[in-house]
Design a protein around this ligand. Structure first.
Ligand code: NAD
Length: 349
């Protein structure tokens, strides 16, 4: 397995691998940077093709968490954990307890929450053995996806201001890819503003619900990026913007919650070459971690208080995105390149 030589390594401060034979637990915790505070990042539970993929995913996502927290102005660093295996097959209370005990060994430098394959309920289970968790209903702001969607709405306002000056939400058309926890809330809020929606999901029942509830137009999952809309909003998987898909997008902006939307730097170049504005994912999808801060600051080893009410803190996503769009335009750079540059300055890299 490649570690120091992996393209995702980027001078990670610490990477730990754990296993527990009894429960079948195999987990990796990657801590990219603690320059701004102890690392925060979710735990992803997935059946990876091999261990290298799992390690690279943990390191890629933990670096993105460093960037996300830094650009959201949060007093925490970036980390991420992966548990290897099909959660439908191997997830058990015993496994989660074993994982929680390992989190205690890492201690206060890493706090985790839900991600793909982990529910808020699983985090509540972890909480029974470790204090180093956040994003729960019992101790915190509750389901982070609601706040991720609210933050995304603030980000979409910034996208409107820069790419569709003067336009209101009721005058634009948005295609949402993925009607899960975040995508559904975004659809609800856009619908409330009168936006015309196009939707897709591999779960046909979700699509039918959205058609009935929001009067949305349904499209096949493989065609959603080609929709004739103003904004394409990926809220399902990462890697959806490739050089090929970028050449087919008809929207004038891409702004959604999915992590790691750009499959490569070339995909970002392809969007920019066609005049499509891209809202860097880790900036526009920071609402969940912003909402977890009150709970995070109560965890042993942390101190400090949040400054403003959550609604005000979520609004800052709008301001940060405008700053990134404007600085990128002045420097003739792409927004994702400017965002990375700013984030790396903030974490001293
Ligand atoms: P989720 O699992 O609840 O929803 C994902 C949805 O996408 C599901 O409905 C699924 O059926 C659908 N989907 C899967 N493949 C698809 C495809 N090919 N085409 C269309 N739909 C497809 O996840 P979520 O919590 O809503 O998160 C969505 C994305 O946002 C993920 O990439 C996640 O990493 C990212 N994100 C989530 C949060 C959060 O607070 N939940 C925060 C930041 C980033």
């Amino acid at each position: 397995m490649q570690f120091w030589n992996s393209p995702e390594f980027d001078d990670h401060e610490q990477v730990c691998c754990f296993s527990d034979r009894g429960s079948g637990l195999r987990a990796i915790v990657a801590i990219h940077s603690t320059a701004l505070g102890p690392a925060a990042g979710g735990t992803r539970f997935m059946a990876y093709m091999n261990e290298q993929r799992a390690l690279d995913d943990a390191m890629r996502l933990s670096r993105a968490m460093s960037y996300k927290s830094a650009l959201a102005g949060l007093p925490c660093g970036g980390g991420k954990a992966v548990i290897i295996g099909d959660p439908g097959q191997i997830k058990s209370e015993e496994l989660l307890h074993a994982y929680g005990r390992y989190l205690n060994r890492i201690g206060s430098v890493f706090v985790t929450g839900e991600d793909v394959g982990m529910s808020v309920g699983d985090i509540e289970t972890l909480r029974t053995v470790t204090p180093y968790v956040g994003g729960t209903s019992s101790a915190g702001a509750g389901d982070p996806s609601v706040h991720t969607a609210m933050g995304l709405m603030h980000g979409l306002r910034a996208v409107l201001e820069r790419q569709f000056p003067g336009a209101k939400f009721r005058e634009i058309r948005v295609a949402i890819q993925g009607l899960g926890a975040v995508g559904w809330h975004v659809a609800e809020q856009l619908h409330a503003h009168g936006t015309q929606l196009t939707v897709s999901d591999i779960r046909s029942e979700q699509v039918e619900r959205a058609v009935a509830r929001f009067g949305a137009r349904a499209v096949d999952p493989e065609d959603v990026h080609r929709s004739d809309v103003d904004i394409y909003c990926p809220c399902a998987l990462g890697g959806v913007i490739t050089e090929e898909s970028a050449s087919q997008i008809r929207a004038r902006a891409v702004a959604g919650a999915a992590n790691n939307q750009l499959a490569s730097p070339q995909a970002g170049q392809a969007l920019a070459a066609r005049g499509i504005l891209y809202a860097p994912d880790y900036v526009i999808n920071a609402g969940g971690i912003i909402s977890g801060m009150e709970e995070y600051l109560k965890i042993p080893g942390r101190s400090g208080k949040v400054d403003d009410p959550l609604s005000v803190r979520l609004e800052r996503i709008h301001d940060r995105l405008l700053e990134i769009f404007d600085r990128a335009a002045q420097a003739h750079q792409r927004p994702e390149v400017m965002a990375e540059q700013l984030a790396r300055e903030l974490i001293g890299r």
